[in-house]
Design a protein around this ligand. Structure first.
Ligand SMILES: [Zn+2]
Length: 509
């Protein structure tokens, strides 16, 4: 007999409907899965058969064929266990009174050998895609995914075991409705900008970066406060809107990193170590997963000791920095993950760290310095809008200075600059200044008289590339927005030029 149930597949961070057909026919006992299953789906046999037996059901020894449709899309993951098991029970006529629920409902869940349902990854993106396609449910998910399923707004139920799901399907039992998880509490772990007493130039640059979602690199000796500043960068960024919140939560769901099944409402701050593999940074692997660049989506990617990352890792940032997404190849096709992050990179001025230090001697040769800096290639540096040099801090700086401006005060200015950017785009799609296209720049970044000559001179003197000129225009636009100025003024351009200091050749530093 043939049974058909509904399930969902996951491609990147989008879901699609999958039909699970199970046929039990006379013949030698066998079990086969067709429809481009991956290894995890093929292994479902052992889990499903044991779970059915240990849940107290009898299965006839027959030929079992499972088809996952549409056949041309590769199916990955362990969440087809539940619909396959329920399909086998239906096809074996082990479920009585199987009603219209089977036709309407969608099932997701991995089975343990004892019949318990284990949580699976990607539930939220799969359910959101189902909702976007016009469905309202019902959906049945493992109890461990209940909180996440409730975020989808679908009619969602959770089951703890295969028996519970089977009883519900045959109309003999009820399932728990997935309820909204408790509202997220603020982590409050991010420090406040006021704790950084000095480094006014760097703080100004971070404010500009936050206002226009620009990338920034800080160069300074050890102890100059680079990581202290970077860690407080999130505290001056505008809050996530609902759409961004869901987008980011989807990525964490696909990675299985959704802690306590809560919606992510704070901008992520990711800080991978420089020994990270390329796949973990960018995404990929044998069964592809989003990397750190996607986990930082709508938030901050902090790369400390930037030149210490592998050459391949640094170069692989070019794609997400340019297109704000990454494309990962997998068998037969590719998946795309969003990666719209603000990069905050930090590095020492030289391998020993003390080049240009007021009281300590640098022990590096010019060649060593050049090699060290050369690890960040021109194309990568071109994609970083703001370059800031930090001086070493003296103890006196710390003890004598009053507290700096609070994050809340800086954030107020950032928010009004962000509002100005939103109002600039008539179709309502907010484009932060850092993401403006060349056409946007031509339209919104008109230069005042005298500024073109100034830029031309700066270009000759410092050897700026055309791309860094675009960066200067975008940054100047953000500086004008922070000031509340409708037009870019000459001083805005002059300040923006100051943030291209690494474009100069090493020997002039
Ligand atoms: Zn040195």
């Amino acid at each position: 007999m043939l049974a058909k149930l509904n399930s969902l597949g996951l491609k990147g961070i989008e879901g699609y409907a999958v039909g699970v057909e199970v046929d039990i026919a006379p013949g030698l006992p066998s079990y086969s899965v067709v429809g481009l299953p991956d290894a995890a789906v093929k292994e479902s046999k052992d889990r499903v058969v044991a779970a059915i037996r240990n849940s107290g059901f009898e299965l006839p020894s027959r030929r079992v064929t499972v088809n996952l449709a549409p056949a041309e899309i590769r199916k990955a993951g362990t969440h087809f266990d539940l619909p396959i098991a329920l399909g086998m029970l239906s096809a074996a006529e082990a479920l009585e009174g199987r009603g219209e629920k089977a036709a309407e409902a969608f099932f997701l869940g991995e089975l343990a050998l004892d019949g318990a349902l284990k949580p699976v990854i990607g539930v939220l993106p799969m359910l959101l895609s189902l909702k976007a396609a016009g469905h309202s449910g019902p959906v049945v998910v493992p109890a461990g995914n209940a909180g996440e399923a409730s975020l989808s707004g679908l009619d969602a139920f959770s089951a703890a075991t295969l028996s519970e799901a089977a009883a519900w399907l045959s109309g003999k039992g009820e399932l728990r409705r997935c309820l909204h998880a408790a509202p997220p509490e603020n982590s409050g772990s991010v420090g406040d900008m006021s704790e950084v007493k000095s480094q006014a130039f760097a703080k100004r640059a971070l404010e500009i970066a936050a206002a226009g979602f620009h990338n920034i690199i800080m160069v300074g000796p050890p102890g100059s406060g680079k990581s202290m500043l970077a860690k407080r960068f999130s505290s001056i960024l505008p809050p996530l809107n609902d759409e961004q919140s869901l987008e980011t939560t989807k990525i964490y769901s696909v990675c299985g990193l959704l802690s306590r099944a809560k919606l992510i409402t704070e901008r992520p701050f990711r800080e991978p170590h420089h020994t990270i593999s390329d796949a973990a940074l960018i995404g990929g692997g044998s069964s592809p997963k989003p990397g750190e660049v996607s986990l930082a989506h709508n938030g901050v990617l902090f790369l400390d000791e930037f030149p210490e990352f592998s050459r391949a890792s640094i170069e692989s940032l070019r794609e997400p920095l340019e297109s704000r997404r990454v494309t990962v190849a997998r068998v037969r096709d590719t998946v795309t993950y969003p990666a719209r992050f603000a990069l905050v990179a930090a590095m020492n001025p030289c391998p020993c760290g003390y080049l240009g230090h007021s009281s300590r001697q640098c022990s590096c040769t010019p060649l060593q310095v050049q090699k060290y800096r050369g690890r960040i290639s021109g194309p990568v540096l071109d994609r970083i809008d703001l370059h800031v040099q930090l001086a070493a801090l003296k103890y006196a700086d710390w003890s004598a200075l009053p507290e700096g401006e609070s994050s809340a005060a800086v954030r107020e200015r950032v928010l009004s600059a962000a509002r100005r950017q939103r109002e600039r785009f008539k179709d309502g799609r907010a484009v932060p200044n850092a993401l403006m296209t060349v056409r946007h720049i031509r339209e919104h970044c008109r230069l005042p008289s005298g500024a073109s000559e100034l830029l031309e001179k700066a270009m000759d003197k410092m050897g700026f590339s055309a791309r860094s000129l675009d960066k200067i225009m975008r940054v100047a636009r953000t500086i004008a927005d922070l000031e509340g100025a409708a037009d870019i003024k000459k001083e805005h351009v002059m300040e923006a030029v100051q943030y291209r200091s690494l474009d100069r050749a090493v020997e002039t530093v």
